[in-house]
Design a protein around this ligand. Structure first.
Ligand SMILES: Nc1ncnc2c1ncn2[C@@H]1O[C@H](COP(=O)(O)OP(=O)(O)OP(=O)(O)O)[C@@H](O)[C@H]1O
Length: 938
């Protein structure tokens, strides 16, 4: 590009301004495979250039190429901000860029390449170590802004939190703040928070951040000397923004919704930065998004702000990268006037703790004075004397007072533990509490001793590791450190051997061990979440991540072992403290137990005495029972020799007989019931058969009727032919007669002509004869066909008659069945009734039964059969009885109706006969008889 194409932004600052750093990442595997080329590239330390757009270059505070490590970026872009925060100036570091440009990589990093956040945490603790004149109180919070909703990542219940404002700026109401004591401790909170963060995948990034996250360290410090200059307070915000998404980002549904929220809040951030960069007093729309609202105090110039723009060089993102660079340029023009924050005493937590500690110390001193001074000394002597004499009451009073003192000490210790101080302090250590502070700082020193920069902090450090994992404390080292610090009580308390001091040291030891366990658990959670990420990444790059996964797994296993060792230690400590419990307590317990034992022994004696009495009673009772049994046996033996059957026995025999009879009857009844069931089954079969036969009969009727129609047609044809025949025969006769009568007349005519005429006539005659013959033949054939048809009809008729007979017999069977059923029914109720004469069966009962059981169709059949039988079998007297008369009339009518129906198989559904069944002549309505044919008459 020519010189006039080049536009270099002004990098000189009038005052303080937002520091802007650009960080390039290398082309990803995916981009290379896609055929992406490098468009934007770093040109030296301060320029970013592209050969395809206008303006073609931008200048910033610092530009890092793709091969730069995060530590280098940290040194330039974050370390000054962290330093300022330690001195009471608010600081904000945030990563901005398109999706997949490397924001999370820069801010969080991973196990091998720690990001800005872990490096800042480590730096904060290093700086505490380097500031012996001050004491610090550190708290952390971690939140995400997801779809314009603020969620607490340290407390899953803290959802949709509200932004509030006070004199110091905006803050999130109800956010959880955790006091942190070491880098590992702080990182464990991040690891826990990461588990709740919203992450999803898009076509550019498998683990795309779907929310903006803000990790905040609240740093409070105050001077340790007597010259109190008030407390300082600052906030260090470390922000990982979600990436802006272009139209190229393929998202649907939820992802698109998230994307639109992300873009909207980034747009507001751009507008706010744009307005701020103009430097005019206009309305700044901080309230348009949660992000700008929370960053309001930082962006409005009350602290250091460092913007790290992450850039992908890929040609597919050229336009978006250009926008990022323009945003970065605008941000660079924003002026800030960072000032130190001072806290009024009431607001300072560290001061509050300090005040509480000094008042507690005072209380403790007074308590001690009271215990040791003047008359109390004598009292103590007396108490001791009484204790030796076993006066439990006095001893417990002494213990109560010791407990109160121990509680005070532990409260002081707990509060002191939260305040971090450097081990480089030269302030003389005189009081117990300051010794405890020293002890806590030793452990902090241990934690920091393994960090990268610790050679400048701790003199006796020998280990220096590169990775973040090495920045975390080794729990076993910490255990050893704690052992050396608290294992010898005299080294902590100075006053030596009394039991109270030992107790405090042990509880202190236990507290710290528990703290270590918590930290280690957090580290394991952090490791596990990193492992999860690595395993997910391994899908894309199995070879590259294999070693990392193995190392991480190994590290997690080691940490788990350490955790178990710590837990073991805690258990041992617990047991030890139990072992140190007062002997007097034990004596008391033994006395109590002995008294209880004595009581129990007395109870036991009473119970065994009772037992003896009961046993005696039992023996007596069993003897009585034996006597009674013998008596029974004797009586039975007396009964057996009697041979004669007593009247009672006779009755018994009868009963037995009756019983057996009853049993046989029952068996019989069962049999009958079984038969009854069988009959019902048979009956059902017969009904089915009957139904089938009826169908067959109907079919036969149809066949017969069609055959009749055919026969009729044939007969008609035959008649026609006969008539025709007769006519022709007549004609023949006439023509013969005519021929005979014409012959003499023709004699007078010329011979030739007369001969011709006769020839013609004879020829005609011949023809007619032939025709007659043919007709006769045809007639004979038709007659033969007719005869065949008649035969066929005869056959059908036979079949029909057979079916009819079968139906009739089935009907009879069915009726018989019903009669039998009725009989059996009666028999089932009373066996004796079975012997009753058939004639006594009530007809109405049978028909009713039939109606109930089989419906009206079968009723007709039953009625028919039964009526026939009944009429035959009824006695004259019964027959005449008025009770039977209507029934008989009805039955007869029914039978008649059925007979009528059956007489004419050719009748239609209304019973009108249209064809004579014998001669198949049509029957007219006017004729009463089916037809007048001779065969019918006969
Ligand atoms: N400087 C770098 N060097 C090597 N790899 C990098 C670098 N920066 C980013 N990456 C890799 O690029 C990929 C995407 O990075 P990262 O997830 O940090 O992007 P992001 O900007 O946070 O994306 P999003 O906005 O979607 O969350 C990751 O696999 C990461 O390891």
């Amino acid at each position: 590009p020519s010189a006039d194409e080049l536009v270099i932004e002004d990098t000189s600052r009038s005052g303080d301004s937002i520091s802007v750093t650009i960080r390039f990442r290398p082309l990803s595997e995916r981009e290379i495979q896609r055929g992406d080329e490098i468009t934007w590239y770093p040109d030296g330390d301060r320029l970013v250039r592209c050969d395809y757009v206008q303006p073609s270059a931008y200048g910033y505070d610092r530009v890092f190429g793709p091969s730069t490590a995060t530590e280098a970026v940290y040194d330039v872009a974050a370390r000054p901000v962290v330093k300022g925060a330690m001195e009471g100036i608010n600081g904000t570091v945030f990563a901005y860029g398109v999706t997949s440009s490397g924001k999370t990589h820069t801010m969080h990093g991973d196990q091998n390449c720690p990001g800005i956040i872990p490096l800042a945490i480590k730096d904060v603790f290093s700086l505490i170590q380097e500031t012996p004149g001050r004491e610090f109180l550190l708290r952390v919070s971690y939140l995400e802004i997801y779809n314009e909703v603020i969620n607490d990542l340290l407390d899953p219940t803290g959802q949709n939190l509200r932004v509030r404002e006070d004199a110091q700026g905006t803050y999130v109401e109800g956010i959880k703040e955790e006091v942190v004591l070491s880098p590992g401790h702080a990182l464990s909170f991040i690891a826990a928070g990461e588990e709740h963060r919203h992450v999803g995948s898009n076509n550019f990034n498998l683990f795309s951040s779907r929310s903006h996250t803000i990790f905040t360290m609240m740093i409070e410090s105050s001077d340790r000397g007597d010259e109190y200059d008030g407390a300082m307070y600052s906030q260090l915000n470390l922000i990982d923004l979600a990436g802006s998404e272009s139209s190229k980002t393929e998202t649907t549904g939820l992802r698109r919704r998230e994307g639109s929220y992300i873009n909207k809040s980034l747009l507001t951030l751009g507008t706010v930065i744009g307005k701020l960069s103009e430097g005019r007093a206009t309305h700044i729309p901080y309230r348009d998004s949660k992000l700008t609202r929370l960053l309001q105090s930082s962006l409005s110039g009350h602290g250091h702000v460092s913007l790290i723009c992450t850039i992908t060089p890929a040609s597919s993102n050229m336009e978006e990268t250009h926008n990022t660079l323009k945003f970065a340029s605008r941000a660079k023009r924003v002026e800030i006037y960072a000032s130190r924050n001072r806290l009024v005493d009431e607001k300072s937590l560290i001061k509050k703790y300090q005040r509480e500690i000094s008042s507690l110390k005072q209380e403790l001193d007074e308590f001690r004075r009271g215990m040791l001074g003047g008359a109390s000394q004598e009292e103590i002597m007396i108490l001791r004397q009484q204790l030796e004499e076993g006066q439990v009451k006095m001893q417990s009073r002494l213990e109560e007072e010791e407990d109160a003192k121990a509680a005070l000490m532990s409260r002081i210790q707990r509060l002191t533990k939260l305040i971090l101080v450097s081990t480089k302090t030269n302030i003389p250590v005189l009081t117990d509490s300051s010794r405890l502070q020293h002890q806590n700082s030793v452990s902090e020193e241990d934690k920091l001793s393994s960090s990268q920069d610790s050679t400048t902090v701790v003199q006796n450090d020998s280990t220096s590791k590169d990775t973040l994992s090495s920045a975390l404390p080794d729990p076993l080292d910490e255990i050893n450190g704690l052992r050396s610090a608290s294992g010898d009580p005299s080294s902590v308390t100075g006053s030596g051997q009394d039991s109270m001091q030992v107790g405090i040291t042990e509880s202190d030891h236990l507290d710290l061990l528990i703290e270590q366990v918590k930290m280690l658990a957090g580290e394991i959670a952090f490791g596990t979440s990193s492992l999860k990420r690595l395993i997910e990444q391994s899908i894309e790059d199995p070879e590259g991540t294999k070693n990392q996964i193995e190392n991480l797994e190994h590290e997690i296993q080691q940490k788990r072992r350490h955790l178990r060792a710590l837990e073991q230690k805690i258990m041992e400590s617990g047991e030890a403290s139990v072992a140190n419990a007062s002997m007097v307590d034990m004596q008391q317990t033994i006395t109590k137990l002995t008294a209880q034992c004595n009581e129990k022994a007395f109870d036991l004696e009473l119970k065994s005495a009772d037992n003896r009495v009961l046993q005696e009673q039992l023996q007596q009772k069993s003897m009585e029972i034996n006597d009674l049994q013998e008596k029974v046996l004797r009586l039975e033996a007396q009964l057996i020799p009697k041979t004669n059957i007593s009247p009672e026995q006779c009755t018994h025999q009868e009963i037995l007989d009756l019983k057996s009879k009853l049993q046989s009857k029952e068996v019989e009844t069962e049999k009958l019931k079984y038969q009854h069931l069988e009959v019902i089954e048979e009956n059902r079969d017969l009904i089915n058969q009957n139904h089938k036969l009826s169908e067959e009969a109907a079919y036969a009727k149809e066949l017969a009727s069609s055959a009749a129609v055919e026969l009729k047609n044939l007969a008609e044809e035959v008649t026609k032919l006969s008539i025709q025949n007769a006519r022709q025969a007549k004609e023949l006769l006439i023509s013969q007669e005519m021929a005979h009568s014409r012959v003499p007349v023709r004699k007078g005519r010329p011979a030739g002509r007369g001969r011709d005429e006769v020839g013609t006539w004879s020829l005609d005659l011949e023809d007619m004869k032939m025709e007659l013959l043919a007709r006769k033949k045809r007639e004979a054939a038709l007659e033969a066909a007719l005869a065949e048809k008649e035969l066929l009809e005869e056959e059908y008729k036979k079949k029909f008659d057979e079916a009819k007979k079968k139906e009739l017999s089935l009907e009879n069977d069915l009726a018989g069945m019903w009669v039998l059923v009725a009989k059996l029914k009666r028999g089932a109720f009373s066996i004796s009734d079975l012997n009753v004469d058939d004639r006594s069966i009530n007809l109405a009962d049978i028909t009713n039964d039939a109606k109930e059981n089989k419906g009206d169709t079968n009723v007709a059949l039953v009625e028919k059969q039964v009526s026939d039988d009944t009429v035959k079998s009824l006695t004259a007297e019964e027959y005449r009885s008025p009770e039977f008369e209507p029934l008989l009339v009805r039955l007869k009518a029914k039978i008649q109706e059925m007979k009528e129906k059956e007489t004419d198989p050719l009748s239609d559904k209304d019973g009108n006969s249209h064809v004579c069944k014998v001669c198949f002549e049509s029957a007219t309505a006017a004729v009463l008889l089916p037809c007048r044919h001779f065969c019918c008459k006969s």
